[in-house]
Every structure is written in structure tokens, then in C-alpha cells.
Design a protein around this ligand. Sequence first.
Ligand code: SF4
Ligand code: SF4
Ligand code: SF4
Length: 306
Amino acid sequence: MSILIPILVLTGVGVVAGVALAYFSRVFYVPEDPRVDRLEEILPGANCGACGFAGCRDYAKGLVAKNGDVPPCPVGGKAVAEKIAEILGVAVADVEDQVALVRCAGTRDRATTRGTMVGVRDCAGAALLGSPKSCRFGCIGFGDCVGVCPTKAITVYGGGLAVVDPDLCIGCGLCVSKCPVDCIGMVPRDRRVHVLCNSRDPALVTRAACKVGCIACNLCTKKDPAFVVASNVATFTGVTCDPEVRFACPNDVIVHTDHTSVLAFVESEAARADYEAEKAVFKEKEKAARAAARPAREPKNAGEQP
Ligand code: SF4
Ligand code: SF4
Ligand code: SF4
């Protein structure tokens, strides 16, 4: 008998609460704008939060509430922006299809270190203590970015560098904010040329820290104005360039992805050997062209009046 009373009381409370909830949910029901469902359908469904909302459905609600006046979905790119504009009847948001790029080619054999870090296994902690690399701007390689990537597009390879697979990257940008040395940048998906260096140190410091650092020598900018040097480091700002421009770089830090993937450029000895061989041919060609352009020297004393 003593057990029956609490059971009956709890059941009664449950029934009353259930009826009250059902009643109030009917009375206070606010119908949702049907465009939310349509928008959710066309969003990528990555639920990565790169738009600043908790997920794709939240973003859809935000779009409806603000009539499209929210940051664009970086994952969906132009195609999704066009569909959003169509559903909401607003102008298409200006959004570029982007991928992440780790701007560092300083593998273990190319970059010098300040020593071995004991007991620290994450980039944030290592950066706080001063990077184990001599270059404080280079990829530390403990993979903090790997853990946040929703599509597993980033891998830290044997050379100790993180490399992004552009085919897997959806452009959410979550890795960018995770990197404590800011060596990940978002670049247009169709860009074929990259300067794989992030060092903003002066040339002498960069040269001492890494064999493949950009020393801001401007040789590339003289070949193609789409290269821009700022804060001691070059960036390519166009889509593509003459593949031979990369051979102008004295430190071999320009990759042309029509010829070599970033991964091969950074990790593959065979790809590096091919690059060296092509560069040697290019240099010979350049030397021959210079020689041909030089005016033939007059024989000594030729033209002298007796
Ligand atoms: S890119 Fe940045 S976060 Fe990723 S491994 Fe390198 S230093 Fe760490
Ligand atoms: S690499 Fe991963 S985390 Fe970085 S932008 Fe691409 S999908 Fe997002
Ligand atoms: S040529 Fe190479 S080292 Fe010189 S500014 Fe360009 S990328 Fe940097």
C-alpha cells in the first residue's frame, strides 16, 4: 500500500503535465515559415557552424528571419548562394568557392628546429612555449587542425607538415581559426599557383630557419604582377601563371598545381627531383636566350681610324 501512493501521485502529475503541455503547445503554436524547410534542403548539410549558426537548419531560420542578410555559407559556395537568393527573392550573395591551404613547405629536412619539445603534443601548447621550429610562422605539425576538420581533409605527413586534400575540403574554414601560427589560409578553389611560405620574418632570419622560405626577393613579382609581396612574404593573387615563373624563385617555394600537387611538392622526393631537373633545363634555356640576345662584340680596334 505504501508504495502505491507515490506511484499514483507521480502518475497523476505526469498526466496533468502532459495534458497541460499539449494544450499550451496548441495555444502558443507559431507556424514556421515553409521557406525554412526549402532552404534546409538546398544547404550542404555539413552542420559545421562555419556560417556562425549552430547548424544548417539554424542557418536556414536565420536566413528567413533576416531576409538573407547573414554571412554566406562558405561550404555551399556560389551554387547554394544562387538557390538561397531564388528562394528568398533577394540578390545573390558575393561568395567565392574556397579551399584551405597550409602555407608551409618546411619539412623536417628543410627547416631547422630549436630542439625537441618534450611532453607537448598539440600545436597550441607548442606555439605558446615558442615553436619547436626555428621559423615561428611554420607548421608545427601536431595536427590541431586535423581534429576540427569535418571531412578529414587534413593529414600530417612524415615530413611533419599538415597538408589539405583539396578534393575533400569543403571550405568551411574551421581549420584556419584553429591554427595557432596562422599558417592555414583560404584560397580560391580554382587557383593553380601558391607560395608555400608563411614567414613574415626578414629574409636573413627566414633563410637561416628554412631552405624553402620566401625571402621576399621580388623575383616572382617581376615575372608576373599577380605575385604580391607584403609583410616579407609573397602571395599569388591570380588564378594561374606561366609554369616557368616558379623557376624564378631562388628558394623553390612556388608550386604550380597543374604540374605538381601540393602534397607531392612537399612530400615526394621524386617530384622534387623532377622539379630540379625541369628548373635546370629552364636555366640553360634562359642562359642561351641571354647569350643570343647579347650584341656580337666588334673585333678589337675595329672601326678605329688610322
Ligand atoms: S597547420 Fe597549424 S594547426 Fe595544423 S598542424 Fe600545422 S601548425 Fe598545427
Ligand atoms: S580543410 Fe577541413 S576544416 Fe579546413 S576548410 Fe577544408 S573542410 Fe574545413
Ligand atoms: S621569388 Fe620566391 S623567395 Fe622571392 S619573393 Fe617570390 S616566392 Fe618569395
